[in-house]
Design a protein around this ligand. Structure first.
Ligand code: MRU
Length: 365
């Protein structure tokens, strides 16, 4: 994607092949800072503290974390046991997005297959392959999702299509295009009249800070709304469809995504509005069947709820919102049951949120 005219991805390997570069997303939209990750600890910290976030990007960062584990291994024989331990540390950096374990395990398995002298190359190549595959998958999600938007646009005789999204499932959450935003960018490129309602997404405001920023940079019409506005907008015919991303999807179609997604799905169902989840296959957890019971929901520092970050006289600052001493709880994700989801937009096409139809698109997993 372009930032101020320059093509940029959310993660890349520096020319010397020793440093992984990422955007520090904690500082957006007011500061654009690139950070160097040189060790496994740097990668774990970047994922935990959310310099990088969003399921596909967390996965790819984890993949490069395995590369750094091999590259910086203190023992030149690069023992399997050491790598497996480092990979376990990487996988536990954040619990909900399944892409992290998926990508780490993929790189690890390539590294374990080859002799010591080939391990660095094997890790780098697999991390790069996963990165390119995620880019390609997001591009295809855009193409498939475009058809859905096109139909709505046709029904509205070219009138503005209003799409509501939650959190940031944009290119910042991925490598390019995004998942929920890929169909939006595709529709925009095709000259369709679209407008995006951007949920602010408390507590960390990924919608207000990140989705609004990237849509703005791209020139897509959008409006930031409070998290609680969606139901009202839907009741008054101001939303034609909802598209969100996913952090983990069971083989039966339940979806974990940013906290508040479930409430949007309920409101969409009550108002007869299509509710789509855009996801690459790396977000499927093929083992889990019951999202509510089985998907681990991350609980983060309550201070993320108590404080809000923003620009104060040109400097990014945190301010305390709640009374000093009031307890807060910070559940980072919720689960939307399959029954509330109109369909999945995947790299292989669109399917229902049902095991049989998911298996039609993904017979082998
Ligand atoms: O806590 P975050 O910012 O990592 O949560 C991100 C989300 O919930 C996204 O909506 C999800 O990962 C889909 S990203 C393509």
């Amino acid at each position: 994607m372009k930032v101020d005219g320059k093509d940029i991805r959310t993660i890349w390997l520096d020319k010397d092949l020793k440093v992984v570069k990422v955007i520090d997303q904690r500082l957006l939209p007011h500061e654009f800072v690139i950070v160097d990750l040189k060790t496994v600890n740097d990668v774990i910290n970047a994922i935990k503290e959310m310099y990088v976030r969003g399921a596909p990007l967390i996965g790819v960062t984890g993949a490069y974390g395995v590369y750094l584990a091999v590259l910086t291994c203190p023992d030149k024989t690069i023992k399997d046991g050491y790598l497996i331990k480092e990979c376990n540390r990487l996988k536990s950096a954040r619990p909900t997005a399944v892409n992290l374990a998926w990508a780490v395990d993929k790189v690890l398995s390539e590294v374990l297959k080859v002799n010591t002298s080939l391990k660095i190359d094997a890790a780098r190549k697999e991390a790069a392959r996963i990165t390119d595959e995620e880019v390609e998958n997001c591009k295809k999600i855009g193409e498939h999702g475009l058809c859905v938007i096109d139909k709505i646009s046709g029904r509205k005789r070219g009138d503005t299509v209003n799409i509501l999204t939650h959190c940031n499932a944009g290119w910042l959450a991925c490598i390019e295009y995004g998942t929920a935003t890929a169909p939006i960018y595709a529709a925009f490129e095709h000259g369709m009249d679209i407008h995006v309602w951007v949920d602010e997404t408390r507590p960390l405001n990924q919608g207000a800070r990140l989705t609004a920023w990237e849509l703005g940079k791209h020139g897509v019409k959008h409006t930031v709304v409070t998290d609680n506005a969606g139901g009202h907008l839907m009741q008054h015919g101001m939303v034609d469809m909802v598209i969100v991303g996913a952090d983990r999807t069971t083989c039966t179609g339940d979806v974990a995504n940013k906290i508040g997604t479930y409430l949007k799905a309920l409101a969409a169902r009550d108002n007869g509005i299509p509710f789509y989840v855009a996801l690459p296959s790396s977000t499927f957890d093929w083992i889990l069947r019951d999202g509510l019971k089985e998907i681990p929901i991350e609980e983060r520092d309550p201070d993320e709820v108590r404080y809000v970050q923003g620009l104060v006289q040109g400097t990014t600052k945190s301010v305390l919102v709640s009374p000093v001493g009031s307890p807060a709880a910070n559940f980072a994700f919720d689960v939307t049951p399959a029954r509330l989801i109109t369909g999945f937009i995947t790299e292989r096409g669109i399917c229902k949120a049902e095991e049989q139809d998911i298996n039609r698109l993904f017979p082998v997993h």
